[in-house]
Structures are given as C-alpha cells and as structure tokens.
Design a protein around this ligand. Structure first.
Ligand SMILES: [Zn+2]
Length: 407
C-alpha cells in the first residue's frame, strides 16, 4: 500500500477541530455540513459519489475532504495500489472514528448519565451517577458529572474530546445554555453551559433532551432522511420535540415542546401545578412506580423493576405497562393531529422493552397512522446518546467552524 501524504494523514494531525463555543447564529446547512453528513451516511464512499449525491462540484468535495482529513475527522478507507494523482476522487473516504469523542451528560431526576460518544454517535463509555440523597443542588450535580466525564476520558487517553453536550428535561434554553425551569429537580435559571465549561475547559452545548434525541434520530437513527419527525419523551419528565428536515423547532427561548401540562381527558392524577390530569402527572415514571407499589408489584421507585416484574409474568405489572402504552398512544394521537409528522419516535420504558406496549400504543394512535410510530433507535443508551448528540449536532452542522487550522 503506498504511503503517501494523501493516503495517510500524519500520525498527529494538526490540532483538531473543537466545537464552536458560541451558539451558531446561522444554522443553515453549509456545504461542509452536507459533505460530512454524506460521509457519515454513506461512508466508505468515493468523493465522486459524494459530489453526485450532494450536487456539489467534485473540486469542492475534494477540497472539503482534504480539510476534514487534516482535521482528523475523516480518512481514506482503502487506497488502491495503482492509485496516483491528486485528489483521487474514486478512493473511498470514511469517518475517522478513532481519534475524537464528545462528552455526553444527561441529568435525570434520580441520576446523571455521563458518557463518551464517537463521531458515529456510538457510546464508547458510560457511567451512571446517582444523585446524593436530599436536595439535588445543581452545581454539585454538575461538578460530579464533570468529574465523572474526566474519569472516562482518563481511561481513553487515545481519544481527544471535541466538546461536551448536555441534555436535560424541562425548559432548557439552548442559546443561553441555561436550564430555565426544571420543577422536578427544583432547578431554576441554572447556567449549565457555564458551569460545565468551567469544570471541563471544553466547549459545552446544552439542549432539552427531547430535542437532543430528535437530532440523534436524524443523524444516527431510523429517522435519517425523514422530512419531518416528532419525538415524545416519557420518563419522569414528559416533553416533545418536532423537526422539519434538519431543523428542530425551538421557538422563543426554546419553549417549544412543553407538553407536561396538556390535559388528558379522564385523567385523575393530581399535578404540582394544582390541576388534575396533566399529561406529565398521568404518565410520569413516578406515577407508574406509585401505581406499581399500590398493586403490590414492587416496593421501590425504579421503573425498571416494573418492567422486570412484567417480564417475570406478573400480570399486574403487564397491565400497568400496557395501560401506560395506551395512554402514551393517545397523547401521540393528539400531537399527530396538530403536527402531522412523517415519523413519531417514542422514548418510553414499556414501549422500549415490550411488544405488547408498542402494540397498545399503536392501537391508540389508530391503524392508519400506526406505522409512523416507532420506539427510540437507541434502546438502553438513550440518555447517553441524548447528551452526546447535543455536541455532535453542532459538529455536523459546522464541521470546520472552530478549526481554522483545517481551513
Ligand atoms: Zn399540571
């Protein structure tokens, strides 16, 4: 195999791209983004094929690929022995998934997930940090998360971090990197981006977890290439996100998708807002666990124990989960009426683990639209993927944004 500078980037590439620190004011897809996405989706792929797929000129594709190679983001997949000449458009290129990672943090009500993801959105390391008993003080939680991330990075010294993505439920303002309000955690106006950046020294991006998972699905999951998609997250927090083509709708101060207090007809659960029958109160994992305790299924607060009981044949547990799937389906039906997306992705513990829950959900949605509904592509790593995808979305939108040495 010829060892030419073109075929093999230097062992230590010029300092790689790191993610832009500020929110990108212009989020239109750039040509650089189109080319790197094409490598992600089709690699190993010849540059001539990328040009054909994207409509960009072969010279432009070759130029971007050269920059990505210098930045260490892609590499030539295989070099034919006889190949010579500059650019060599028919030599396939592929992502270089060995050099870089992004950090992913997801803060849930009972615990934080910290993870490292490669450029394909795959989780390469993950840890779960249970919150200390008592108050969930934001700075303490974020400091522990940063320590957890540092520990994962220390064990992968060959990987260089490009940045950190943080996904949280509740009302999250992406532009300011702030959790505006997360009542279940008791967080208000928490400057998550600044706190995590101060601890890690890395560029940090923050978004709501439902929106983060929309980006994960369209980059790495089943929704790739879809014209529009809705994601419904049903955990302790219940929220939604919607995207057309590559744009996730945020709305002013990123308030879009707050559906926690949509009224559920016939709902009986008291909500912290003072009303009865709000979507989040009806469907939250806390409610599921309480119902499971009342039914004698479990004595704890871990919804996975309900799933395990159902798997072991506990009929009350099965009934609780299937019933929840049905109610999630009714919520999906409402959102389908409003938004009419091509695809609906649901992250919910029963639907994720049980075919009968998915069937109940689809039945409630109605036969005509049932095929549009699918569970998350990321199964048990969904929270890690949510966090990391916030950073990977920034990378794929603006691959060269903060790597002037690659230009
Ligand atoms: Zn409410």
């Amino acid at each position: 195999m010829p060892r030419t500078a073109t075929a093999h980037p230097p062992a230590s590439p010029s300092p790689p791209s790191s993610l832009p620190r500020a929110a990108d004011p212009d989020r239109r897809r750039t040509s650089a983004s189109v080319v790197l996405r094409s490598v992600l989706e089709h690699g190993p792929v010849a540059r001539s094929t990328i040009a054909r797929l994207t409509g960009l000129s072969p010279a432009s594709v070759t130029d971007y690929c050269a920059r990505f190679t210098r930045a260490g983001l892609i590499r030539e997949a295989a070099a034919p022995r006889q190949s010579k000449g500059v650019g060599r458009p028919h030599v396939p290129v592929d992502l270089d998934d060995s050099r870089f990672v992004v950090g992913g943090l997801h803060v849930a009500v009972p615990y934080t997930t910290v993870a490292l993801l490669d450029l394909r959105g795959r989780v390469v390391a993950e840890r779960r940090l249970k919150h200390p008993a008592g108050a969930v003080e934001s700075r303490q939680v974020l400091a522990r998360a940063a320590d957890g991330l540092a520990a994962l990075l220390a064990r992968a010294p060959e990987r260089r971090p490009l940045g950190v993505g943080v996904a949280v439920g509740g009302w999250v303002d992406r532009d300011s990197g702030t959790v505006v309000a997360h009542p279940l955690l008791g967080w208000r106006d928490v400057p998550v981006r600044d706190v995590v950046a101060a601890h890690t020294g890395l560029p940090v991006h923050v978004d709501g977890h439902a929106r983060a998972l929309v980006n994960a699905e369209r980059l790495f999951g089943r929704a790739r290439g879809s014209g529009s998609m809705l994601h419904l997250f049903v955990g302790n927090v219940v929220d939604a996100a919607f995207a057309t083509h590559d744009e996730v709708h945020h709305g002013p101060r990123s308030q879009a998708g707050a559906i926690a207090h949509l009224p559920v007809p016939g709902g009986t659960e008291a909500c912290a807002c003072g009303r009865t029958g709000c979507l989040q109160a009806e469907l939250s994992e806390r409610t599921l666990c309480r119902q499971a305790r009342e039914a004698g299924v479990t004595d704890g607060v871990n919804p996975m124990h309900v799933v395990a009981a159902a798997a072991g044949g506990d009929r009350a547990a099965v009934r609780l989960l299937v019933d929840r799937g049905h109610r999630v389906g009714r919520a999906v039906g409402l959102l389908l009426d409003v938004l009419n997306p091509e695809i609906v992705v649901v992250t919910e513990i029963g639907v994720l683990h049980r075919e009968d829950c998915l069937s109940a959900l689809r039945e409630a949605v109605g036969a005509e639209r049932a095929a549009a509904v699918m569970p998350t592509s990321f199964a048990d790593s969904v929270l890690a993927v949510a966090g990391g995808s916030v950073a990977l979305d920034v990378l794929y939108r603006d691959p060269l944004g903060a790597s002037p040495e690659a230009n």
